[in-house]
Design a protein around this ligand. Structure first.
Ligand code: NAD
Length: 478
């Protein structure tokens, strides 16, 4: 018997979790539940993380967690428990299936059946931010090869496992050639290993427009963290309601399943909340732990209940719905339908196949890394690039010469435009004229000169080549 940790959460959490657990038990799934307390009460008891050591122990021991939504108290510096869990447990993959329930739930996209696979740990969500000058702040976008490979491989394995035909990658590699460029490159490499699955790449802006307009053109879409965060909400919403979607957060050892909505305190305790989002999270969980048969049985019964027009108030519509029911009664109806199949809605190929594991990441040989220059970032309130260049030329040292200056990425020296607006944040690139390798001591010599003449260096970035390939971006207009 597989043990699963469950948390009833806050607001509508207890009601929808009771409904969900009753349905799981009635389905005959081979699971038992280990109850933990997390969320508002734990926060207010003085635990700023919202979770106790005992609760962590249960999750880490059982490795599978079904979580109802929780309320993060406003103010008081309480950390988001969701972010803490994803990062602490290494839940790198956030999977959100978004399928239309047309004509039973209203949507402009009756044929939509998209699975968003979102990278959950990297990107701008590393939360590494700095103010560098009076005018300029920075957030570091970190993308790793292993992180990209893991999420992209997950998307292809998911597609293969669940009989999906195509994996699409969204990125912005026309602009971010290093970060998004790496993600796209890894996508192309991994895609070659899955010749049975179609693959394609879209620039994220036009891809997002296409997704909002013609979602039926997509099947599985894999994205970095920020694009995935935004577009998975868009995708869920355009199926008819965010309230109907569940999601899984998958790591190498643990997994967490939930509804995508929050704790809805405005309707808590009234027996009117729709338990479908959490129930769909539970269906994903059952598939993950190898209880595919029970997952399929519940999904069919749930589809049948939706088709029958037995609807909670959030999706009830005069004319198309037949019976307005509460949370408990909706669960009763799903239980009564266990063993039956829907007439119109198509079960999304998730049943009966068990969990899947990613192959181990292959160790790649390290590239030859050569230091070829340095970008020195400088805070200078002068508005004239020529004046800034004069000061920066004065700190040249050894073979390192000032090659260019950019302001917010645009080349402003040499030969800049008067029209380009300049902040007090300057990137000054020093390289040897003959493109030869340099040493760290050469960089130190430049920085020592800067100190002597009061040039305000705010940070440096080393410029490397990896196996002879440039590992840094050029200035716009360079
Ligand atoms: P929410 O998703 O809780 O509610 C938004 C609206 O949707 C409300 O009108 C609510 O009544 C309705 N709604 C949500 N789920 C519903 C359901 N199952 N059935 C019927 N109607 C439903 O978003 P919010 O109001 O912005 O957030 C409330 C609390 O939830 C906050 O404390 C927030 O931090 C928390 N939250 C938690 C999670 C999580 O635990 N995963 C996610 C998002 C928000």
């Amino acid at each position: 018997m597989k043990k699963v940790t469950v948390a009833h959460g806050d607001g509508i959490g207890p009601e929808i979790m009771d409904a969900t657990l009753r349905i799981i038990k009635a389905s005959g799934a081979n699971v038992e539940f280990d109850e933990i307390k997390i969320g508002e009460k734990v926060y207010l008891d003085g635990n700023t993380s919202g979770i106790t050591t005992e609760a962590w122990n249960s999750i880490r021991e059982n490795k599978v967690f079904l979580k109802a939504p929780i309320t993060t108290p406003q103010g008081g510096g309480y950390k988001s428990l969701n972010v803490t869990m994803r990062k602490s447990l290494g839940l790198y993959s956030n999977v959100r299936p978004c399928v239309s329930l047309h004509p039973f739930v209203q949507t402009k996209h009756p044929k939509m059946d998209v699975v968003i696979v979102r990278e959950n740990e990297e990107d701008l969500y590393a939360g590494i931010e700095h103010q560098q000058t009076d005018d300029v702040v920075q957030c570091l976008k970190l993308i790793s090869r292993p992180g990209s490979e893991k999420i992209i491989r997950y998307a292809f394995e998911y597609a293969r496992h669940y009989g999906r035909k195509k994996v699409t990658c969204f990125s912005k590699d026309n602009i971010m050639k290093q970060t998004d460029g790496l993600f796209h490159k890894v996508f192309d490499e991994v895609a070659k290993e899955y010749s049975d699955i179609e693959n394609e790449h879209w620039i994220v802006d036009i891809g997002a427009a296409k997704l909002a307009d013609t979602p039926e053109a997509f099947d599985v879409i894999v994205m970095q963290n920020l694009y995935g965060d935004i577009l998975s909400d868009v995708a869920a919403q355009i199926t008819g309601s965010v309230g109907l979607a569940g999601s899984s957060n998958i790591g190498e050892t643990s997994a967490m399943f939930e509804a995508i909505h929050g704790s809805a305190p405005d309707i808590a305790g009234k027996n009117i909340a729709n338990p479908s989002g959490l129930l769909r999270g539970a269906i994903l969980m059952l598939n993950h732990i190898g209880e595919g048969e029970a997952a399929s049985k519940i999904e069919k019964a749930w589809f049948k209940t939706i088709e029958d027009g037995t609807h909670t108030p959030d999706i009830y519509r005069e004319g198309s719905s037949t019976k307005k029911v509460g949370t408990k009664e909706f669960a009763d109806a799903v239980i009564a339908n266990l063993g039956q199949a829907p007439k119109t809605l198509i079960v999304s190929n998730t049943g009966g196949k068990g969990a899947f594991k990613l192959p181990k990441l292959k160790q790649r040989p390290l590239a030859k890394k050569v230091l070829v220059g340095v970008d020195v970032f400088v805070d200078d309130t002068d508005k004239d690039p020529e004046e800034v260049a004069k000061r920066l030329k004065a700190i040249e040292a050894n073979d390192l010469e000032l090659l260019m200056i950019t302001n917010r990425g645009v080349k402003v020296w040499p030969n800049g435009f008067d029209e380009t607006y300049c902040t007090n944040h300057w990137r000054c690139r020093f390289m040897p004229k003959d493109n030869s390798a340099i040493g760290k001591a050469d960089i130190l010599a430049v920085l020592t000169n800067a100190l002597k003449v009061n040039v305000d260096v705010i940070k440096t970035e080393n410029l490397y080549e990896f196996d002879g390939k440039t590992g840094y971006s050029l200035g716009q207009g360079q």
